[in-house]
Design a protein around this ligand. Structure first.
Ligand code: ATP
Ligand code: MG
Length: 391
């Protein structure tokens, strides 16, 4: 008996003509995720993927595969010779494991058989009945054919036969790389790493830009952003982080307009610089962690004024999320513990206690008119430091 993992994908099926493209990419991403495991293989089979985990074993493979977007669910499976004895023994073993994992009251179960190898002497319903009877005899579990707690699946194929009894949810979404590239503005906070992760989830390849205001924000903050990118790169594969040196730009902006407009001026400039970076990398949109009304700079009035400076679409995956929801996601994906470490926020630099909640475009433009914005943005983007971040 050997172990493998059945990988299911759902949404990709909806894509009609593009299905092939999505499947290819998913297969490639599964292979990339399994790179740390020597001898692992991924094969496409009838609208699913079969992963042979190699010597590392299926549990380790599932840990890695559970972070590949586009995966709807995963099942550890036992590969067995196509005879009733072997299939029955495998089904019993897997059911036993699943019952132990669930603890509590004995779960109901059902055996479902699919037989694509018509040479097999029994028909599918007979196989299910035979194996079901063995499980009842050995484990005394109740059968429920309509809504079983545990679904034991037996597949008798021409090339190989296998059995599985557990289904682990995958991360859903679409394979990274199927939606094009975006540039995410990632700070050391809680929100923006979650926003970047959500863009990955919808199939975007993501590069990150962080605006660093040394010496006002220390190098620890830069390290923190690298750590955050490292965490989310586990869902993405190696990613690029650009660190833009923002201090001089901030000083120029701060000198150009009233203090209460400072944050809006910084944000507009961040979008311009990030868009310049995006243009150089072939990104089609920017991503931020803004959420409507969360802080003064995120009122609808201010977002409108900020957006006005962006020469490409700005995606805001968190726009309608509450902070508690964002925190729950951050915990789940592992960024929260890094985000809550102390850091300095560059946007609180040189800013008043009461920033404008309704910035007016004409006032902002009057302040900006004193500066050569295009030159500042191009220089900041060109001088950005590049880091390659891996999980
Ligand atoms: P976060 O938790 O992501 O810092 P926030 O709720 O604190 O978000 P703001 O500080 O108002 O919000 O920033 C709004 C968005 O602007 C951030 O989500 C991020 O996308 C971007 N941003 C802010 N500061 C920086 C920075 N120093 N570097 C890169 N992006 C930034
Ligand atoms: Mg912040």
């Amino acid at each position: 008996m050997s172990e493998l993992c059945v990988v299911r994908y759902a949404e990709i099926f909806l894509k009609g003509q593009n299905r092939h493209f999505f499947e290819e990419r998913l297969q490639r991403n599964l292979r990339a995720a399994l790179r740390p495991l020597a001898g692992a293989h991924v094969r496409r089979l009838h609208g699913r993927m079969l992963v042979d985990p190699g010597p590392a074993g299926v549990a380790r493979a599932i840990e890695l595969l559970a972070r590949v977007f586009g995966v709807a669910s995963l099942s550890p499976a036992l590969v067995v010779p196509p005879d009733l004895e072997a299939l029955g023994a495998a089904a019993l073993e897997l059911t036993r494991v699943e019952v132990a994992r669930r603890a509590g009251a004995p779960p109901s179960f059902k055996v479902e058989t699919r037989r694509s190898d018509k040479r097999f002497p029994l028909q599918s319903p007979q196989v299910s009945q035979e194996i079901g009877a063995r499980i009842v005899a050995a484990l005394a579990l109740p059968v429920d054919v309509h809504d079983p707690d545990v679904l034991v699946t037996v597949e008798i194929g021409v090339e190989r036969s296998f059995v599985f009894a557990a289904t682990i949810p995958g991360p859903g979404g679409l394979p990274v790389g199927t939606a094009g590239r975006v540039t995410a503005l990632v700070s050391g906070g809680i929100d923006s790493p979650v926003a970047a992760w959500l863009a990955m989830k919808r199939g975007c390849e993501v590069e990150a830009v962080y605006f660093h205001s040394f010496p006002y924000t220390g190098d620890r903050t830069k390290e923190k952003v690298r750590d955050l990118c490292r965490v989310i790169s586990a869902w993405h594969g190696p990613m690029t982080l650009w660190v833009v040196h923002f201090t001089d730009v901030q000083k120029a902006l701060r000198g150009a307009g009233p203090a209460e407009l400072a944050v809006v001026l910084y944000r507009r400039m961040m979008l311009r610089i990030a868009a310049e970076r995006a243009r150089l990398s072939g990104s089609k949109a920017l991503v931020t962690g803004e959420s409507l009304g969360q802080v003064a700079s995120q009122t609808l009035d201010n977002l409108a004024v900020i957006d006005d400076a962006a020469p490409m679409p700005v995606l805001r995956p968190l726009i309608a999320s509450d902070k508690t929801e964002i925190i729950a996601t951050a915990r789940r994906i592992g960024t929260y513990d890094v985000s809550v470490q102390p850091y300095d926020d560059c946007c609180s630099l040189f800013t008043p206690k009461h920033p404008a909640t309704k910035a007016r475009l004409q006032h902002v433009e009057a302040a900006e008119a004193r500066l050569d914005l295009a030159a500042l943005a191009a220089a900041a983007a060109a001088q950005a430091e590049r880091f390659e971040v891996t999980p």
